[in-house]
Design a protein around this ligand. Structure first.
Ligand SMILES: [Zn+2]
Length: 248
């Protein structure tokens, strides 16, 4: 599957707001957030070493995408696992002692400009779903994690990890999540475009018909082989692609 990489602008986030590595975990889910602010707000907040908050990506209202951290870093986007969590991968990433891994280690975080409850703009929805589809195609499905699928277990919201402190991050309804996942699946399933055949111009079809008529007319039962020569000429031109109508 091939998903065209969306246009991404790198805006450096402060290293103090991220783990330098994923601590050995492979990224296996995209975690969606709402910024409760603007792209400019995100740009300056994540660049502030005191923020203790970051995200891999931010998607703006016009569909612009900023990347703040490399994908092998783990910005502090969604670390607090709270009672009532619904992210199934939390239980899938417990160590031998039962301790859950920090979710920042197994997620790619995508923030959205705007306020909780805002409907994503069409451009923002298109850019975000394309980014997520590209992440699945090029990162999550190739990153070494097993069982990765484009589903609600692997496209989660911050609230699935922190339902008490972040119940409205993002403010997507279950229908919006369903629409988002459906769009990502469509982008991942979209076939490579096949060139549309160019129709034979009318004049060329006319020429072919006329030539065939001439072949018949010339086939006068004499032994000059006119008809055979002309049929051979039609076959040769057809084989060379100069004539493309059926027959000949
Ligand atoms: Zn959040």
């Amino acid at each position: 599957m091939v998903v065209a990489k969306p246009a991404i602008t790198f805006v450096k986030g402060a290293p103090e707001n991220a783990y330098a590595t994923r601590n050995g975990y492979a990224p296996e889910a995209v975690c969606l957030h709402v910024a409760a602010g603007s792209m400019a707000g995100m740009d300056s907040w994540f660049a502030n070493p005191g923020a203790q908050a970051g995200a891999h990506f931010g998607v703006g209202l016009a569909g612009e995408i900023h990347q703040y951290y490399a994908l092998d870093q783990a910005p502090f986007a969604n670390g607090a696992i709270e009672a009532g969590y619904t992210a199934t991968l939390i239980d899938g990433n417990r160590d031998a002692t039962g301790k859950p891994a920090n979710p920042n280690w197994w997620t790619v975080s995508v923030e959205h400009a705007g306020q909780s409850g805002d409907v994503l703009t069409p451009q923002q929805f298109a850019a975000s779903t394309r980014l997520t589809a590209w992440l699945f195609a090029e990162v999550l499905l190739k990153g070494g994690a097993t069982g990765v699928a484009v589903d609600r277990d692997h496209i989660i919201g911050h609230r699935d990890i922190s339902p008490r402190s972040r119940p409205n991050c993002p403010g997507f309804s279950s229908q919006v999540f369903a629409d988002y996942i459906a769009r990502v699946r469509t982008l991942l399933a979209a076939p490579v475009p096949v060139p549309v055949p160019v129709p034979v111009p009318e004049w060329r079809a006319f020429y072919i018909a006329e030539l065939r008529g001439a072949v018949v007319a010339a086939d006068d039962d004499e032994r000059d082989a006119n008809a055979a020569l002309m049929r051979a000429a039609v076959r040769k031109q057809t084989a060379q692609g100069k004539l493309t109508a059926a027959g000949g």
